[in-house]
Design a protein around this ligand. Structure first.
Ligand SMILES: *Cc1c(COP(=O)(O)O)cnc(C)c1O
Length: 400
């Protein structure tokens, strides 16, 4: 890899994200962008109206450092309602600039240089950079996709080997970073997997950091369980989530972290010197969202599930082997039937011309030394309007 001038050694290799290249390609070619995961529909009016009304009031000024008390209270109520977890809004909940800041601040606060972070691979793209900024070392555990024939849809989840997990936990391991539901695979960790992870975390005395931003975007047959709810886990776990995915407000960047007071205080120390605070008028709006009735949360997942089915069926009809996700915004295909050299990057670069659609190579969600594991896989987002997905699917079928 070529060295980027000026860039500190700990950030070498973290160039521009794939989303910038692929979104620019979508615009330049007039393609349908199923690359980046953001919805193309507004969120619930009950949430949007609160933000509009808050602009021009005292909410335009700095909120309190830990976040508005009413939002922290709403986060605690939400954790109680959906997970049965009790957190004190006074010192066990911290509002952050999205889940991204919560995760980065936690890693900066908790890791000593050389500390190892055990996590599943492929992984959300900010993790490797955030661990690097904190001076930590990645110990990835491989997730394996189910085997699928061309033109078929598998509803089997991605899996991992217990031996791989145990081998990744060395005496330098400090933290287990879990993302469930998982981006990019759409996997929801099962009760048995969570029990194993909890046992490993407790045996090795690891801190646990969980990214649960897709907690409400879970489809029939799967159930989200927060790792913090397992016996003995609450005291070692920081739970991170955000309003972006649940309320279709990814640009608002209102996130939060919940955990025992000493862990949250550590995260707050790092967070206050990153952004200090953010999103004044959006904080009361996300509080209103978190207090919406159960029906809202059911409907979001149900609607998105229809969109998932539209996309995965269309991808299979285009002749691709498809892994249907249990949750999230994303489905995965194996490109080999239509791209015989199995080069997912080349497939994505040619897809705008071949079909007028943009997707992203799953390879970017692996550490560079493991990129070969994801080379033949490509991720498509389905958090788009039905007409848009229908048109994308029609174009992909013509590619055949
Ligand atoms: C979108 C996403 C995030 C970022 O959440 P923000 O609240 O926008 O910072 C974090 N983790 C995963 C897995 C995501 O997909």
């Amino acid at each position: 890899m070529t060295r980027a001038p000026h860039l500190a050694s700990r950030l070498q290799g973290f160039g521009t994200t794939v989303f910038a290249e692929m979104s620019a390609l979508a615009v330049a070619t007039g393609s349908i962008n199923l690359g980046q995961g953001f919805p193309d529909q507004p969120g619930p009016p009950e949430v949007l109206d609160v933000a509009r009304a808050a602009i021009g009031t005292a909410h335009d000024q700095y909120p309190p450092g830990p976040g508005q008390l009413d939002l922290r209270t709403a986060v605690a109520e939400h954790q109680q309602r959906f997970r049965g977890l009790t957190y004190d809004p006074a010192d066990e909940v911290l509002v952050t600039a999205g889940a991204t800041e919560a995760l980065t601040a936690a890693l900066l606060a908790l890791l000593e240089p050389g500390d190892e972070v055990v996590l599943f691979e492929p992984m959300y793209d900010s993790y490797a950079a955030a661990v690097a900024m904190a001076g930590g070392v990645l110990r990835p555990v491989r997730l394996r996709p189910p085997v699928v024939a061309a033109g078929e849809v598998s509803r089997e989840p991605w899996t991992f080997d217990e031996a791989d997990l145990r081998a990744a936990v060395t005496p330098r391991a400090r933290l287990l970073l879990l993302n469930t539901p998982h981006n990019p695979t759409g996997k929801v960790l099962t009760a048995a997997e969570l029990a194993l992870l909890a046992e490993v975390a407790q045996d090795a005395d690891l801190l646990v950091l969980t990214d649960e931003v897709y907690e409400h975007l879970v489809f029939s047959g799967a159930e989200h369980v927060s790792p913090a709810t397992l016996p003995g886990m609450r005291e070692r776990t920081l739970v991170v989530s955000s309003g972006g995915k649940t309320f279709s407000t990814t640009g608002w960047k209102i996130g939060w972290v919940c955990g025992p007071a000493p862990l949250v205080a550590a995260v707050r120390t790092a967070k206050q010197f990153l952004t200090y605070v953010n999103g004044g008028p959006f904080q009361p709006a996300i509080a209103a969202g978190l207090r919406l009735p159960d029906d809202y949360f059911r409907h979001v997942a149900h609607d998105l599930e229809q969109h998932r089915d539209l996309l995965v069926t269309g991808l299979a009809e285009a002749g691709l082997p498809v892994v249907s996700p249990q949750a999230t915004y994303f489905g995965t295909v194996d490109v080999r039937p239509v791209q015989p050299d199995g080069d997912g990057w080349a497939f994505c670069r040619s897809l705008p011309e071949r079909a007028g659609v943009v997707a992203v190579p799953t390879e970017v969600f692996y550490a560079p030394e493991h990129a070969a594991l994801g080379r033949h896989l490509v991720r498509f987002a389905f958090c788009k309007q039905e007409e848009v997905l229908g048109e994308a699917v029609a174009r992909l079928r013509r590619m055949r």
